[in-house]
Design a protein around this ligand. Structure first.
Ligand code: 1GP
Length: 248
């Protein structure tokens, strides 16, 4: 079964799925092994691996190490085409549909496509919508795109619908890593009302309570990076909150 089918099965059976973001940059070198170890044992459904910027040339070796130690699927969450490698079980094949920067709408994807084919990685077509999380985030700067203000619900809905009609398999509501506030419940509720594909939510999620509210509002996949990087013991509590449908 494909990685995405497996995630969809988890969403169906357990209410929603939980993904931990691992940034293979050198700043995280010391905590990588520990975070993988805890993730393996905490009911995390997959790791997203990626980041906006790598500050040395060793990230690919660190990804190889993550692959060796991980007992759950590794999904590339690409900051750019340079992060492609054979170590991934799948990748988000993303387009920054909230932006008007053609390079991140289709340019990177065209450069990546032949390499993806050669590597044979499973692709998950994802419409990436950057939302205002209260701070200028790295992704805003690096993608050269403006986030959509969270009170512009109609604009957000229209982007999510456009993504679905374009054939995207999932919509990513992103507030940016380290966002002051995560996507609002109003936004998730409104998007859930109009689309029927999975909604991935990331950026600024700091507690099991927030994760729980977001999945109750219609989120399908919850992603945490910063908070679980700092305190990996939170992974199992967040996994518990996200897997709200308990088997009888
Ligand atoms: C993944 O960017 C997020 O979508 C991760 O955000 O680091 O704030 O958890 P945090």
């Amino acid at each position: 079964m494909s990685v995405f089918s497996n995630l969809n099965q988890t969403i169906k059976q357990r209410g929603s799925a939980y993904v931990v973001l691992i940034d293979p940059d050198k700043k995280n070198f010391n905590s990588l092994d520990q975070n993988i170890k805890v993730g393996n044992k905490s009911n995390v459904d997959a790791f997203f691996v990626g980041g906006s910027l790598m500050m040395d040339s060793e990230s690919n070796n660190r990804v190889a190490n993550i692959k060796k130690k991980s007992e759950i699927p590794l999904i590339l969450f690409p900051g750019g085409v340079g992060q492609l490698s054979k170590h991934y079980d799948a990748m988000l094949f993303m387009s920054v549909i909230s932006g008007r920067n053609s390079h991140y709408l289709i340019g990177e994807q065209v450069i990546a496509a032949p390499v993806v084919k050669d590597l044979g990685i499973e692709t998950i077509a994802t419409g990436y919508i950057l939302l205002d999380g209260g701070a200028c985030t790295t992704v805003e700067f690096m993608s050269g795109t403006r986030p959509i203000p969270t009170n512009k619900i109609d604009i957000i809905i229209a982007h999510a619908l456009a993504g679905q009609y374009l054939g995207m398999e999932a919509i990513y509501l992103e507030s940016g890593s380290g966002a002051q506030s995560p996507v609002t419940i109003d936004v998730v509720t409104a998007v859930r009302e109009v689309i029927n594909i999975p909604i991935i939510i990331g950026g600024g999620i700091k507690s099991p309570e927030t994760a729980s509210e977001l999945v109750k509002a219609g989120g399908s996949i919850i992603v945490t990076g910063t908070i679980t990087e700092k305190d990996s013991s939170l992974m199992s509590e967040i996994a518990d909150a996200v897997h709200w449908k308990k088997n009888d």
